[in-house]
Design a protein around this ligand. Sequence first.
Ligand code: GLY
Length: 375
Amino acid sequence: MTVQLRPGDPITVDVALAGRAYDIVIGRSLLAGLGARVAALRPGARVAIVTDDNVAKQHLAQAEASFAQAGIEASRIIIPAGEASKCYAVFERVCEDIVAARIERGDLVVALGGGVIGDLAGFAASTVRRGVDYVQVPTTLLAQVDSSVGGKTAINSRHGKNLIGAFHQPVLVLADTALLDTLPERIMRAGYAEVAKYGLISDADFFAWLEANWRDVFAGTAAREHAIAVSCRMKADIVARDERETGDRALLNLGHTFGHALEAAAGFSDRLYHGEAISIGMVLAFAFSARRGLCSPADAERVVRHLAAVGLPTRIAEIPGERPDADRLIELIGQDKKVKRGRLTFILARGIGKSFIAPDIDVADVREFLTGQLA
Ligand code: GLY
């Protein structure tokens, strides 16, 4: 794949939802211009910035300065960093603080942070005053290529992750790729698993490009913007044709059935970040596809090789701490996904870039496969 890479102008990706289309703007050092973009999009609007205490230390001052410069009144809502904030108590606090900040319909909530902030602030925006608009300013690679795009918002329930939520599309996504310069390597790598996922779903050329160029994506040259733009374009296309996940959007769950079970087994802790679980999950999805004769062992091996080269875990044995057995993983898969008469839906692959929805997979076969993987 030959790609002309020039640093410079931001790249705009359109999410073409009828009546609710919005732009994802991708480029370096865009945060300074956030206020001007919001002023142009919603003249006269007030904003409430929702962020966490880590992101606030690094980026809040710049975001607030950009609003001040654009003459926009901005209030701030700072919550503790981490997955534990996706709970009823913090959700209530964010909603009350948005109301207290006198955010009306016509004003905006701004989610400045990673996936937790985007999910929580987006869900709060979907409910306060029966729905106010919001802007996503994702500050992690994972949020820039996945969670900030497509309108899935949620908090966690005691019964599982993301069970209380709404589809609520943002009115703008501003992905400042320079914000990734200060991300810890491990978090950057975890986000990269979702970038590789797009190649594995339906773009073999992009996967080959990543194999050759991933170091530049990490280094922050124009390759980073290109990788984020390709990822967002694919997600935008899928969301535009299946916003509510009645069909193709499920493809975005490649690696997620195994991945969510592994995350749950690790207690949704920093033993295993979401993207790391997805890395192992995608390897398992390809190995399972190869075992069923759907894809070649060489393709499954290529997936392992690339993810391992990047420094992502590719085997269950790499997860630190106590290892779950196959029965426990099957139980966790059953909590996450509907099992109908011993069968469930998986995303499998006929090769690199040839993923598909397999609706009728026998759980007993998955158990046997996992037993082999854990031996
Ligand atoms: N992260 C999967 C989706 O947005 O559908």
